[in-house]
Design a protein around this ligand. Structure first.
Ligand SMILES: Nc1ncnc2c1ncn2[C@@H]1O[C@H](COP(=O)(O)OP(=O)(O)OP(=O)(O)O)[C@@H](O)[C@H]1O
Ligand SMILES: [Mg+2]
Length: 435
C-alpha cells in the first residue's frame, strides 16, 4: 500500500528520533560490536555499559566464565563467547570468526593494550572499518612507533634496538650516559632502568636476562606528562594532560613513594602548548583513527617537548575516571559514541585539576591499620571525590604489579597549587600499615 506524504514525513521524523536516541547520524538501528574483554580489566565494564548506552548490540569475548560475569556487565551483552585464553591471538581469531559466522558485525573493538592488535586483525579479517593492523602496530612496537614519529620531524629520544648485551654497550657508545634500557614491548615500567655508567648498565642487563628484545634510549630529564585523547579520524574530540609526580620510573622503583597523577585543568597555559602540539602531530604521524589514545611526553628544563610513548587505547590506573572528574563528563560513553557513530556529543569544560594518590602500605601481609584518614577527610573532605583504601584485614597488593597499590584517594580543585597541596597531604599524612 502506498503511503501518503504526511505519513512519510511522520515516519521520517520517527526514524530521526530513533537515530537520535541511539546517538547515530543517519544509521538506523543498532551498531553490532564485538568487544574484546568486556569485563576484565574491571574498567572495561564501563566501556561495555557505554556501548550499550549509545545503542550498540554488544558481543563480548573474554576468558571469564559467563557465570562469573557481574550482572552489571551481563545485562549489556547480547551474547558472550568464552575463549580458553584471551591472549592467544590465533586461537581467539579462529574462535571469534567461527562464532560470528552467519551474523552481522559492524565493529571489532578493544580498549586493553594487549588486545588492540587482535581487534585490528579481526577487523581486517571481517573487512570492517577501523584502524588497520599496520596502523595499530605503530602504537604497539616502541621502535616502529618512534621511527614513524621521528619521520614526521617530531622530537623523540635517540634510541637503538638491542638483542644482545654487546648491542647495549655499543648503544651506550652511540647515545652516551645517562641512558634508559627497557623492554621493546614493556608495560608498567617493568624492567626499565636509567643507567649512569657502564657498571650500572651491566647490572641492569644482568637483571633483564629474561627480556627477549630491549631498547636503549637517550635519557630525557625534566617533567613527565600524559596527553590523552578521544579522537575521531585522528583528530582529538577530547584532550587531556596529566602530570606524573614523581615520574613513573621513580614511582615504580621506590616503594615508599605514594605516586600522584594530576590532570591539568588549564590546557590553554603556555607551558602546555608544545606538548599539545606534539601530541596532535603524533596522532597524525601514526595514522590514528577513532578512539582513545594515551601518550607520555617529557617537558625538558629548556622548554622542549619530547615524545615518550603512545598507545591507541585509554591509559590505565583510573586516568579515565580522573578525566571524568576533571570535566564532569562520561568518557566511557562518549568513547562508545565515537566508536559506533563517529560523534562526540558531550560538552567538555575543564573545571578541575583532578589528582589521584595511590597508597602503599608499610610492611607486608594484611592491612592492620590506617592512620590519618579521618583527620585528612575532616580537613579536605569537600574536595575528595573518592577514597577507596583496602579495608583492614585484606591482603596487601603487589605494588610492583599494580599501580593501584593498596588503594587510592581522588581529589579535585580548580586551582593547581591547591590541588597539589591537597594531593601532597594525602600522600604524606595518610598511612596504611600491614603485618
Ligand atoms: N628515554 C627516557 N628518558 C627518561 N625517562 C624515561 C625514558 N624512557 C622511559 N623513561 C621512564 O620510564 C618510564 C617507563 O617507560 P615507558 O613508558 O617507555 O615504558 P612502559 O613500561 O610502557 O610504561 P608504562 O608504565 O606507561 O606502562 C617512563 O614513564 C619514564 O618515567
Ligand atoms: Mg609508559
Amino acid at each position: 500500500m502506498p503511503i501518503d506524504l504526511s505519513e512519510r514525513v511522520r515516519l521520517c521524523l520517527a526514524r530521526r528520533q530513533l537515530v537520535h536516541a541511539a546517538g547515530g547520524r543517519g544509521n538506523i538501528g543498532r551498531v553490532k560490536v564485538v568487544f574484546l574483554a568486556p569485563a576484565y580489566p574491571p574498567e572495561m565494564q564501563q566501556y561495555t555499559r557505554g556501548l550499550a548506552e549509545v545503542g550498540a548490540t554488544v558481543y563480548g569475548v573474554g576468558d571469564s566464565h559467563p557465570g562469573s560475569l557481574p550482572a552489571s556487565v551481563r545485562q549489556h551483552l547480547t551474547d558472550y563467547l568464552q575463549v580458553p585464553r584471551i591472549l592467544d591471538e590465533e586461537d581467539v581469531i579462529r574462535r571469534v570468526h567461527a562464532w560470528m559466522r552467519g551474523r552481522e558485525v559492524d565493529r571489532v573493538l578493544a580498549n586493553w593494550e594487549v588486545l588492540v592488535l587482535t581487534a585490528a586483525r579481526l577487523r581486517e579479517l571481517f573487512g570492517l572499518p577501523g584502524m588497520s593492523v599496520d596502523a595499530v602496530n605503530g602504537f604497539r612496537d616502541k621502535q616502529i612507533m618512534k621511527e614513524r614519529v621521528a619521520a614526521a620531524g617530531l622530537r623523540v629520544p635517540g634510541s637503538v634496538r638491542v638483542l644482545r648485551e654487546a648491542d647495549a654497550f655499543a648503544a651506550a657508545e652511540q647515545l652516551g650516559y645517562p641512558m634508559v634500557v627497557k623492554p621493546i614491548a614493556g608495560a608498567g615500567s617493568a624492567d626499565t632502568y636509567a643507567v649512569e655508567n657502564r657498571a650500572e648498565l651491566e647490572s641492569a642487563l644482568a637483571r633483564m636476562g629474561h627480556v627477549e628484545e630491549a631498547i636503549c634510549e637517550e635519557y630525557i630529564d625534566g617533567e613527565e606528562f600524559t596527553f590523552d585523547t578521544v579522537s575521531i579520524g585522528g583528530v582529538p574530540a577530547y584532550e587531556n594532560v596529566a602530570q606524573y609526580l614523581p615520574k613513573p620510573i621513580v614511582a615504580r622503583s621506590v616503594e615508599s613513594v605514594s605516586p600522584v597523577i594530576v590532570t591539568v585543568r588549564d590546557l590553554a597555559q603556555e607551558k602546555m602548548a608544545k606538548g599539545l602540539a606534539l601530541g596532535r602531530n603524533v596522532l597524525k604521524a601514526l595514522g590514528m583513527g577513532d578512539g582513545f589514545t594515551h601518550m607520555e611526553w617529557f617537558l625538558k628544563p629548556n622548554g622542549e617537548a619530547v615524545f615518550g610513548e603512545i598507545g591507541c587505547r585509554p591509559g590505565g590506573a583510573m586516568i579515565v575516571d580522573q578525566m571524568n572528574y576533571t570535566s564532569d563528563i562520561d568518557l566511557f560513553r562518549e568513547w562508545a559514541r565515537v566508536a559506533c557513530w563517529g560523534r562526540f556529543d558531550a560538552v567538555r569544560p575543564r573545571k578541575y585539576n583532578a589528582a589521584i594518590i595511590f597508597k602503599r602500605a608499610r610492611g607486608n601481609g594484611r592491612i592492620s591499620r590506617i592512620e590519618g584518614l579521618g583527620r585528612y577527610l575532616r580537613r579536605f573532605g569537600e574536595h575528595v571525590v573518592e577514597a577507596k583504601l583496602l579495608p583492614i584485614g585484606t591482603q596487601r597488593r603487589n605494588w610492583k604489579q599494580t599501580l593501584i597499590s593498596d588503594g587510592h584517594i581522588l581529589v579535585r580543585h580548580a586551582d593547581w597549587d591547591t590541588a597539589r597541596a591537597i594531593a601532597d597531604a594525602a600522600a604524606n599524612d595518610v598511612t596504611l600499615y600491614a603485618e
